[in-house]
Design a protein around this ligand. Structure first.
Ligand SMILES: [Zn+2]
Length: 673
């Protein structure tokens, strides 16, 4: 409007401005023409883990999802919340988040149905959807808020609706019942009348700069993919546009992501509900990648990869968790960390999205680190309840139930994180078969001919004996078998049917091209040694607060207690820790073996798990041996740190797994100068 007014007066400055605008518009149009809609270059096959990891996943699945009796206790209250509509009992003061659990729980169940090929679970999911849709209003609304339009202020209404929409779209993908998609459309259409371009601005809804609300971006793009209806794509683009239109208040994810600055420097505020809440933020970035796949707008992809890089550098801990106490604050500068399990799950979601897009080994490296360390220690040993906060020393913090008796965000999200890791094991790329993770298990992959091959991995990669990969094919076929060369091994020795192979290696992937036959065996022997990563003390200088602030927050965290009396009784002993027990912010190292971070746990280390180690010993060759593990510990090691001093460690995921002082543990080794 302003430009037209100036033009009418023939202002030469305005003409130049106008010409620049036209030029810019042409440039933008040109970019859009050049961008093509990109497809994933990696296509996942199906995989089921065996061995230690597989048993962990099976246990959790059985306890939380597969067992019918457990389902009948755990599922119904998620649906009932949509009848009771109690999330805005405090209307208009604040709203709660009972409404997220139907979607979160169902998304894990859908992933389980795929992982286990369970027809019975499909039936239960169909019933669950039917139950939920019986609560849908004639106007399309489905929700746990009595006031559907209570979206501004301290509320989680739109966030809840994100999970309902996501659950419905994935249920339709699984079951193919078009009634579900029709209901999802009606539901989304109702939301658009209350939150959107013609209604309340989405970035003004809920907490944390509207990030939880606007992470509905991802299921909205999925809804567009499912229906082809442009209005959903336009809504997705509207969300991204809104981020950019409120740069003073918002994370402005696209523009700041393009700048490549560390995420914690975007947020000068630390007031309640204004920090960079981690997995809500990561979920928005995942949505951006999905939107890139539809629009081909490369800026979305560049922003997402930049953000991933700075999160690795500034937020990811040695054990693959991200953020401090659910905030992106520059957590790599903190030695005493406290991480939400959901943050690790969504971190792996983003890494997997980028891995499928690029095939870049650095993303599978992140997935593996988070899987074998943070995700593998997120549940109790029975597999029925999860952690709320993961520590790298002392005692982990179990989850308290949130409103419903058997639900909490991390406990509901974790299974999905594990099933997703299975999708990363075996993929195809331009007709080649890629093996990315080396855990025992078996799966199927579609070959270039369209036939299926069954692939089985035997052997424990961590016992130095290596693994055997056995191919089953209906008939001989030529293709490349591509094996990841992980950074934690020197070049592995690879044999096919006993004959050493010298396949071509490119960007940490070795390709063996040949005509494969039924029963061919690929042996992979890794060269494993103990290595370490150092704590970067220089990163502590960019934190919002002084170290004391974070140490206090770290120390005061305890099991908060909820309404579930059994859990309260069971985990009530998990108290806060005296702040003087926080580790000093001094040079320190974390040891690794293969993908495993190592920790000292009193059950294997005995005595003092916090003692310092000699800095000088790290310059010498460190020798180690695997030793017998005590009950409850997966892997134990004796490491000779020089000076004839040996210290016993175990895998990080086993350390502290009793969630009490009986497994007091410590991952960082402070260096004695
Ligand atoms: Zn959580």
């Amino acid at each position: 409007m302003k430009i037209i007014q100036l033009k009418n007066k023939f202002n030469p400055i305005a003409v130049i401005f106008y010409l620049l605008l036209v030029l810019f518009s042409c440039q933008t149009a040109k970019n859009q023409v050049e961008n093509t809609s990109p497809n994933d270059i990696l296509i996942p096959g199906h995989w089921q883990f065996a061995g230690h990891l597989g048993e962990y996943i099976d246990r959790i699945s059985e306890q939380r999802i597969l067992d019918k009796k457990n389902w009948d206790v755990i599922y119904p209250e998620t649906e009932e919340a949509f009848r009771l509509r109690e999330d805005d009992n405090n209307y208009p003061k604040n709203g709660q988040w009972r409404g997220e659990f139907w979607g979160k729980y169902l998304l894990s169940a859908i992933a389980a149905a795929r992982y286990y090929h369970s027809d019975e679970l499909n039936v239960r999911i169909a019933d669950a959807v039917k139950g939920l849709l019986s609560t849908q209003e004639p106007n399309g609304y489905i929700g746990t808020y009595a006031h559907s339009d209570f979206v501004v202020g301290n509320t989680w209404n739109v966030w809840d609706q994100k999970y309902t929409l996501w659950g419905l779209v994935e249920a339709w993908e699984l079951l193919g019942d078009d009634h579900i998609l029709a209901a999802a459309k009606q539901f989304a259409d109702h939301l658009i009348t209350e939150v959107g371009p013609e209604a309340v601005d989405i970035v003004k809804t809920g907490n944390f700069y509207g990030m939880p609300s606007s992470s509905i971006l991802y299921p909205m793009v999925k809804l567009y993919n499912s229906t082809g209806e442009k209005k959903y794509l336009e809504y997705a683009e509207y969300i991204v546009k809104q981020w950019s239109e409120h740069p003073a208040e918002l994370p402005d994810i696209l523009n700041k992501g393009l700048n490549g600055k560390p995420v914690h420097t975007w947020f000068p505020k630390t007031d309640p509900f204004e920090w960079a809440k981690s997995y809500e933020f990561t979920s928005c970035v995942e949505g951006l990648v999905e939107l890139y796949k539809v629009t081909g707008n490369k800026q979305y992809f560049v922003a997402a990869t930049n953000i991933h890089s700075v999160l690795v550098e500034w937020e990811r801990t040695p054990v693959g968790s991200v953020s401090f106490n659910d905030k992106y604050v520059g957590s790599r500068g903190l030695i005493n960390t406290l991480s939400e399990i959901c943050d690790a799950v969504y971190w792996n979601r983003l890494s997997f999205k980028l891995f499928k897009q690029t095939g870049d080994e650095k993303y599978i490296d992140e997935i593996e680190r988070t899987l074998y360390n943070s995700l593998l220690c997120s549940f109790n040993t029975e597999g029925n309840w999860g952690l709320r906060r993961l520590r790298m020393s002392h005692t982990h913090i179990p989850a308290q139930n949130h409103f419903l008796q058997h639900h909490q965000c991390c406990t509901d999200n974790l299974p999905r994180g594990l099933f997703q890791a299975a999708e990363a094991v075996l993929t195809t790329k331009n007709g080649d078969v890629c093996l990315s993770l080396f855990s025992e298990g078996e799966g199927d992959i579609v070959l270039p001919s369209g036939r299926k091959s069954h692939v089985k991995i035997e052997g424990d990669v961590l016992n130095n004996a290596g693994i055997r990969t056995i191919l089953s094919l209906d008939q001989a076929e030529q293709f490349g078998f591509v094996i990841r060369i992980p950074k934690w091994s020197n070049q592995p020795i690879i044999k096919v049917n006993g004959i050493p192979q010298n396949g071509s290696i490119s960007d940490r992937w070795m390709t063996i091209n040949r005509t494969w036959k039924n029963g061919d065996v690929i042996e992979i022997s890794f060269n494993l040694s103990v290595r370490w990563e150092a704590f970067d003390t220089t990163k502590s200088t960019t934190l919002f607060h002084k170290i004391d602030f974070y140490d206090n927050e770290w120390a005061k965290m305890k099991f908060a207690g909820g309404s579930n009396k059994v859990n309260n009784q069971r985990y009530g002993h998990v108290k806060s820790i005296p702040v003087n027990e926080a580790l000093p912010h001094k040079p320190a190292v974390t040891f690794f073996y293969g993908p495993l971070a190592l920790a000292r746990d009193i059950r294997v280390t005995g005595a003092d798990v916090f003692s310092t180690i000699e800095d000088t010993s790290l310059s010498k060759n460190i020798s180690f041996r695997l030793i017998d593990s005590p009950l409850g510990i997966w892997k134990a090691f004796e490491i000779n740190l020089g000076n004839e001093k040996s210290v016993r460690f175990c895998d990080f995921s086993s350390a502290g797994n009793t969630w009490d002082k009986l497994s007091l543990f410590n991952t960082w080794c402070i260096l004695k100068k």
